[in-house]
Write a protein that binds this ligand. Structure first.
Ligand code: MV4
Length: 446
């Protein structure tokens, strides 16, 4: 096993990884920017190294500074967490060249699953359901029109290198499609340095259901069931839960097996999430693969009892996944609320500043993943998530009741947070009935 790991991240996920290291008897080296120098979790690290100024590009995104810190601290491995460098194939390759284990997939596996056109190709070969559409990248307008005639309108244009909904255009007829192809290619090239676009059938009413998977270096891959992440706004998830309410378990098992097949076919090592859209008839279509540990991983940990971050470290060290697919069971229900320092009353404007009051809830079935303490100053340089509140209970109904009481207990001020909105959601009758889709929150906010 590793003796020492460098955590190439900040905030709650840096603390989450540090905790896994310490439970495994591994030393944790944290890095921090000047904006994070006072962060209290740094005191828990076996060593903390300043890697630069506040802007991410000068610190958490600066590969040469991270590698220097890793060499100075003499670590065996680097855990990237999520965001920043987590999905950069070049970073995974540089770690390998420097003989430092990257805790995550190889650059080759990222290549097969990270790029959307390539990922769809890998998925079709592994018999994973995808939306009907172009086989590869679209070259010109005529090809786009030919494919659209075949699959029928509406269609959606997506950038192969895009993510989080960027670079998407819905086209409901031939004229719109024609006038959008060139612009989409140019926009993709400008935004992602890759002009490849593809088209597929557009689904109007959908739920976002994703499968947590895990692969090791010995050709094993398992799934840890699903999370429903339909409650989102502008591609920012607000609430995630597992299991997905009202979905046929046999169907989820099938999709889970397909997701495990997909990462196995890419020789994937580590934690990955395979995203799907589900239509009203509970048909699933793969969207993309996130080649990292995700923000919402605790939801799956609470219902399966499996420590996903610990598993990501184990398999990176070359160990075999220590359980079998048939032993992965969903027990009860879990919900996560992402607590963002934003004001839902003012268009979710970031609400940075000093947190004078921070009194998190507790009690049975309540988990807080947060790096925040009373008196903590939220730096304006990074994303606005100040923590996650995760509840677990025997049933969805009891879990919602527990989450509502935990949100009522949670006192945060004077900064504004998403807590009042999440409490409103717990009390919303459509949410309580599981009547959610990807447009639910935007409808509610109107
Ligand atoms: C779609 C879609 C409908 N049909 N693809 C948005 C983010 C990116 N991962 C894919 N996205 C979508 N792809 C087809 N063929 C609708 C969305 C979408 C969406 C997906 C998941 C969660 C929230 C969403 C909000 C708007 C659109």
């Amino acid at each position: 096993m590793f003796k020492r790991i460098l955590i190439a991240n900040r905030g709650e996920i840096a603390l989450r990884i540090l905790r896994a290291c310490h439970e495994m008897g591994i030393e944790a080296v944290c890095v921090y920017s000047k904006a994070d120098a006072e962060a209290p979790y740094l005191r828990l690290a076996d060593r903390a190294i300043c890697i630069g100024d506040a802007p991410s590009k000068d610190s958490y995104l600066n590969i040469s500074r991270l590698i220097s810190a890793a060499e100075i601290a003499d670590v065996d491995a680097i855990h990237p967490g999520y965001g920043f460098l987590a999905e950069r194939a070049d970073f995974s390759a540089i770690c390998r060249d420097c003989k430092i284990t990257f805790i995550g997939p190889s650059p080759e596996a990222m290549g097969k699953l990270g790029d959307k056109v390539e990922c769809k190709r890998t998925a079709r070969a592994a018999k994973v359901p995808v939306f009907p559409g172009s086989e590869g990248a679209i070259e010109d307008e005529e090809e786009a029109v030919r494919v659209a005639e075949e699959i029928g309108y509406p269609v959606i244009i997506k950038a192969s290198a895009g993510g989080g909904g960027r670079g998407m255009r819905v086209c409901r007829n031939e004229a719109t499609l024609r006038s959008n192809i060139k612009a989409a290619q140019q926009e993709a090239l400008a935004a992602f340095g890759n002009g490849a676009i593809f088209i597929e059938k557009f689904l109007e009413h959908a739920r976002h259901i994703e499968i947590q998977t895990l692969g090791d270096r010995h050709g094993h891959a398992v799934h840890l069931w699903e999370r429903d992440c339909s409650v989102q706004r502008r591609h920012q998830k607000i609430i995630e839960e597992s299991p997905a309410p009202g979905v046929d378990r046999k169907k989820v098992a099938q999709v889970g097996e397909a997701a495990a097949r997909l990462i196995k076919s890419a020789d994937y090592c580590g934690a990955a999430t395979v995203e799907f859209l589900m239509d009203e008839k509970q048909n699933f279509y793969m969207l993309e693969v996130n080649t990292r540990v995700q923000v919402e991983h605790p939801v799956t940990e609470m219902v399966t009892g499996i420590d996903i971050v610990k598993m990501s470290i184990l398999v990176a060290a070359g160990e075999t996944i220590p359980f079998k697919q048939k032993d992965v069971e969903v027990r009860g229900h879990a919900i996560e609320c992402r607590i963002n320092a934003e004001d839902p009353e003012r268009g979710f404007m970031p609400s940075a500043g000093r947190i004078e009051t921070w009194q998190p809830p507790g009690g049975l079935g309540v988990r807080i993943d947060s790096h925040v303490v009373q008196g903590y100053r939220v730096p304006p340089n990074y994303d606005s998530m100040v923590g996650k509140l995760i509840c677990h209970a025997d049933t969805r109904e009891l879990c919602i009741a527990r989450m509502a009481r935990a949100l009522r207990e949670f006192a945060v001020g004077p900064i504004k947070t998403t807590i009042p909105l999440q409490l409103r959601l717990m009390e919303n009758s459509d949410f309580r009935q599981g009547g959610i889709d990807i447009h639910f929150l935007e409808r509610l906010l109107k």
